[in-house]
Design a protein around this ligand. Structure first.
Ligand SMILES: NC(=O)c1ccc[n+]([C@@H]2O[C@H](COP(=O)([O-])OP(=O)(O)OC[C@H]3O[C@@H](n4cnc5c(N)ncnc54)[C@H](O)[C@@H]3O)[C@@H](O)[C@H]2O)c1
Length: 184
């Protein structure tokens, strides 16, 4: 299977470093990033090809792995799905916009493309899914992050946000994947 990656940052580096094509037949061939230097660095490390335009990979991939940002999902996912190409989407927060969620899933369905959302850090997501149809109305999620990962230089514990996942995604677009996954 030939794969193209959008976003060549931390997650893409971990995935590309741990991929063993001989074992699983997955060939991460194309690397796209709005910062072309990042795409070139990862492509050269992984033995792939850096592309300047997303379109340059779309005729040759079976799957696109997004690991860039919620904004990139909104901008690029429609172009990929309308070609019938499957996607793994890491920036699940993009789907907290219900209109975008519904339109994107409809587009995927029309073009026979699949959207895969990784369970990420959530243990027991299958259990939550199983009870969701039996009256589960609300889940309380407590998220703790290191201040550094939020760009803060403090050494005390602070509550930064209390509220709905759909509101949290606006404040912390890169840190809300767990809440977004549970919500959807
Ligand atoms: N679902 C999960 O379990 C899970 C886990 C970790 C991270 N994530 C998500 O994955 C995404 C990437 O995380 P990361 O830690 O690798 O971030 P990162 O900042 O290290 O890397 C993101 C890369 O994407 C590029 N990028 C951003 N917007 C782009 C666009 N519109 N077009 C092309 N390239 C673009 C950036 O230049 C950067 O190189 C984030 O949205 C994060 O929230 C999801």
């Amino acid at each position: 299977m030939k794969v193209g990656i959008i976003g060549c940052g931390a997650i893409a580096n971990i995935i590309a470093s741990n991929m063993v094509p001989e074992k699983n037949g997955i060939n991460i061939k194309y690397f796209f990033d709005k910062d072309i230097e990042r795409a070139e660095n990862l492509a050269s490390f992984a033995g792939g090809v850096a592309v300047i335009n997303l379109e340059d990979m779309l005729d040759d991939v079976d799957l696109v792995l997004e690991c860039a940002s919620p904004d990139s999902v909104k901008l690029l996912a429609p172009k990929i799905l309308e070609k019938g190409i499957d996607m793994i989407i890491m920036s699940i927060g993009a789907f907290m916009d219900k209109n975008f969620h519904d339109e994107t899933y409809e587009l995927a369905k029309r073009n026979n493309a699949h959207i895969h959302l990784p369970s990420g850090a959530i243990v027991g997501l299958d259990g939550i899914k199983a009870v969701a149809d039996f009256g589960l109305k609300e889940i309380t999620l407590v998220t703790r992050k290191s201040p550094k990962s939020l760009g803060m230089d403090i050494d005390t514990t602070e509550i930064l946000f209390e509220g709905k996942a759909s509101e949290a995604v606006k404040e912390f677009p890169l840190n809300i994947n767990v809440a977004a996954t549970i919500s959807s």
